[in-house]
Design a protein. Structure first.
Length: 78
């Protein structure tokens, strides 16, 4: 059994494309902010092992996130 989809109007497609693009950008910003938070937690005294335990992740993964956060923070600073 195949489902039939009604064709979307070009205007509707354009609106959906913009909304999807904004959602993708927001997700990327949220991920970068998370990496910055991991880096700041480490810089303020939590060890990578402590952060990893809190997030139930491998320390090597958390270390990578911290480095990404450090780089993101450096790009933001004037």
């Amino acid at each position: 059994m195949t489902s039939r989809r009604s064709p979307l109007a070009d205007e509707t497609k354009a609106v959906l494309a913009v909304r999807l693009s904004h959602g993708k950008e927001a997700a990327a910003r949220a991920l970068e902010d998370f990496h910055v938070d991991v880096h700041l937690a480490n810089a303020m005294g939590m060890t990578i092992a402590e952060i990893a335990a809190a997030l139930d992740e491998r320390p090597s993964t958390v270390g990578d996130w911290s480095q990404r956060g450090k780089a993101a923070l450096a790009r933001r600073e004037p």
